[in-house]
Design a protein around this ligand. Structure first.
Ligand SMILES: Cc1cc2nc3c(=O)[nH]c(=O)nc-3n(C[C@H](O)[C@H](O)[C@H](O)COP(=O)(O)OP(=O)(O)OC[C@H]3O[C@@H](n4cnc5c(N)ncnc54)[C@H](O)[C@@H]3O)c2cc1C
Ligand code: HEM
Length: 380
């Protein structure tokens, strides 16, 4: 019953939460609020967790919880927030379901919430500890040392700490949050994959200008050399450094994850087999086009497969992004791009015998990895 109404419940919940704590509006992505993506992500994660408790189904909840904890840490979520969220979430459940919610059902959902919150707080505490910051105290000021246009719609920014000390180390595939003041005086936070800057202790990020977006146009059009920016430590999952063959598949600005992984392999002299698949609309629009080719050339056992097409049409001519490639069964796969692209890659890989568990997705929209990694099971 709560499962079926969770979309409405989340809408009521966020309205209540923002009325009670207006400052949290800036922490949540306003666009994802407006289009319902965040409400769906919350609902899907709670449904997946609850179904696990109810049915003991073999849903692997750990990767889901790890992703949520990393995202929360990158936003500065603190243990005290969980109490505030609990109050307004359960008030929303009572408002939407009224008398239909029996005391037993209410107790069951409190239990689900408590278990998820405890697990998330524990993981987030550990992430803050490893990042060397107090819980929630994530923002540091960096200065832009270089700014270059990259492809038709993207810009790469090189970042150095304002105090001159090296920025924290990061692992390939991790992202930082960037906190930006908008023209109306509010603030918004977005995540960008981090890769090495020109010198050690510096970071770089590439931002695609999304037309109509709140933050990326502010960065691409307004941020220049010597400007300051608030950023978080690096968080998020990592491209593994094992010896199995790698498949790195990206579309558009998703190539930043591939660049981070290849730069890491190059710097460590890692000779593992790697196939790099990239899809873009045109060469003109492809960020890091030259660097991608140079990096692949520099590695002893690497191959580059680039295809130019609309992401939504990657199957229209019968060819898929992986056509003609032999993917070893033990390949570790990392996929970053729009949902249509990630779905196409996943179904090709599964059809060619790769275990779904070895495919890692990095999604730019909240929760869009649901249904790719661990399909949520619906609950009543
Ligand atoms: C872990 C992670 C890593 C990311 N790494 C990068 C990165 O390295 N470079 C980068 O440019 N972005 C990256 N993003 C996306 C970035 O965080 C923002 O979502 C993006 O910049 C759009 O923000 P906005 O405020 O301009 O648009 P919003 O106001 O948030 O809304 C724009 C809409 O466009 C969608 N959108 C997001 N990204 C794209 C895209 N690339 N193309 C088309 N539509 C898009 C959003 O889902 C939303 O519906 C990453 C996101 C995550 C979660
Ligand atoms: C048990 C409790 C909670 C659950 C199950 C939960 C679940 C989620 C999920 C699934 C996402 C999307 C992750 C992604 O794919 O990027 C998310 C993001 C987020 N969560 Fe939570 N969350 C909980 C508690 C909280 C609390 C206490 C806060 C603090 C106010 C919070 C703030 C946020 C924010 C700001 C985002 C990012 C929103 C966006 O980018 O649109 N969450 N959470």
């Amino acid at each position: 019953m709560v499962g079926a109404e969770i979309g409405t419940i989340s809408r009521v919940f966020y309205n209540r939460l923002f009325r009670a704590v207006p400052s949290l509006r800036d922490t949540f992505n306003r666009t994802n609020q407006a289009n319902g993506a965040q409400q769906r992500a919350l609902a899907d994660s709670v449904a997946a967790f609850a179904s696990l408790l109810v049915t003991h189904a073999p849903t692997d909840i750990d990767p889901i919880m790890e992703r949520i904890a990393a995202k929360h840490a990158s936003l500065g979520v603190q243990a005290a927030h969980y109490g505030i969220v609990r109050t307004h979430l359960f008030a929303a459940i009572a408002e939407v379901l009224g008398d239909a919610i029996t005391p037993q059902v209410a107790v069951a959902w409190h239990e689900v919430y408590t278990l998820m919150a405890n697990s998330l707080v524990e993981q987030e505490t550990e992430l803050y500890r490893r990042a060397g910051v107090a819980p929630g105290d994530i923002w540091r000021r960096v200065v832009v040392t270089e700014h270059e246009y990259d492809g038709a719609h993207a810009a790469t920014f090189h970042l150095r700490s304002v105090d001159g000390r090296p920025l924290p180390a990061f692992l390939p595939g991790q992202y930082i949050s960037v906190r930006v003041a908008l023209p109306d005086g509010s603030e918004q936070i977005r995540q960008y994959t981090v890769f090495p800057g020109r010198t050690s202790g510096e970071w770089a990020v590439t931002v695609k200008r999304v037309p109509g977006g709140l933050v990326s146009p502010v960065l691409c059009d307004g941020l220049g050399v010597d400007d300051h920016l608030l950023v978080s430590p690096p968080f998020g999952s990592v491209v593994d450094r094992g010896s199995e063959p790698l498949l790195l598949a990206s579309a558009g600005v998703g190539v930043t994850m591939t660049i981070a992984a290849l730069r890491d392999m190059q710097s460590r002299g890692d000779g593992r087999s790697v196939d790099v698949v990239h899809v873009d609309r045109t060469p003109y629009e492809q960020p890091h086009r030259t660097e991608l080719a140079i990096l692949v050339d520099s590695l002893p056992d690497a191959r580059l497969h680039v295809r130019y097409t609309e992401y939504d049409e990657i199957r229209s001519d019968g060819r898929t992004p992986l056509s003609g490639l032999t993917i070893p069964g033990d390949a570790r796969t990392y996929v970053c791009g729009p949902i249509t692209f990630m779905r196409a890659i996943r179904s090709d890989l599964v059809a060619s015998g790769v275990s779904p568990g070895s495919i890692h997705f990095e999604a730019f929209a909240p929760g869009s990895w649901f249904g790719l990694e661990a399909p949520p099971v619906s609950v009543d």
